[in-house]
Design a protein around this ligand. Sequence first.
Ligand code: DAH
Length: 316
Amino acid sequence: MKDKIKKVSSLEELQTLYSDTFGKNGTMTAKLKNMANLSNEERAAVNTENTELRQLFKEKQNELELAALNAKLATEYADVTLDTEPKNRGTIHPLTQSFKEAIAIFESMGYTLMTGPEIEDDWHNFTALNMPIYHPARDMQDTFFLENGNVMRTQTSAVQIRAMEKMGAPIKMFALGQCYRRELDATHSAMFDQLEGLYVDKIEKNINLSDLLGTMRTFASKFFGKEVDLRIRPSYFPFTEPSIEIDMKWGDKWMELLCGGMVHPNVLRNCGVNPDEYQGFAFGFGWARLVMVKYGLDDIRAFTDGDIRWLKNSGF
Ligand code: DAH
């Protein structure tokens, strides 16, 4: 019997064996019932056997239950380590991607990337750019004013001022960043990105509009990946004189590429640069429009909607 118990390999089997031994008609039960007919020694032997068998059953049950639990744990194994391998890798946002391209192109032409704050004071955003408080050109930029008189930067041109105040001249810098105006439709976003450039050097270097045109031709050809046709139109900005707009031929249409001109002497003076010694050009433009043209996108708002389907299909 003892050997039998030891050989049992499942709880069901043990249960059956237990019933056969201690159940109503079990062998041990029968022996216990028969105690009255036994001698003292025989009773003692039955009692010992009874205790030993119960002990053996208990031990075997514990052993089998533990084995079952271990088997269960082996299959239900909980991995408590952190899985650091991302399942869904994100992609770089189309705008960020295009910024990288712009930065690489302008840096390759010797321009240094500079930044300025998005909350600007009146001086850097307007006044120093030859747009004093009474200037009607301010009306063209639907400005978000803060209560303390500062503004949400309406143009990255403010960074030109900060750059020249800090570095003086000669200077060859560009800036890229968010600007804010109170306007919103398919081609205008209240928060939009501009790219700005400034190149000022000694008058003897004769930096002029054809340099600006050449620079923009190089930039556009690199960014759009093919030689582009440009044309110049006269324009007006308070901070450049003369001021121009440059169009680019795209398919059979001319589209506005950017604005620019020769930096106005007042702007140089406002930054402590002597206009009798230095001259140069500046340019600036809304960035997203170029990206939209390059990739055939038609709604500027999609850039900030955060729609993952658009992001995946935007051609990048
Ligand atoms: N800041 C102008 C705007 O937002 C764009 C611009 C025009 C920038 C001429 C320039 C510039 O640097 O020379 O409309």
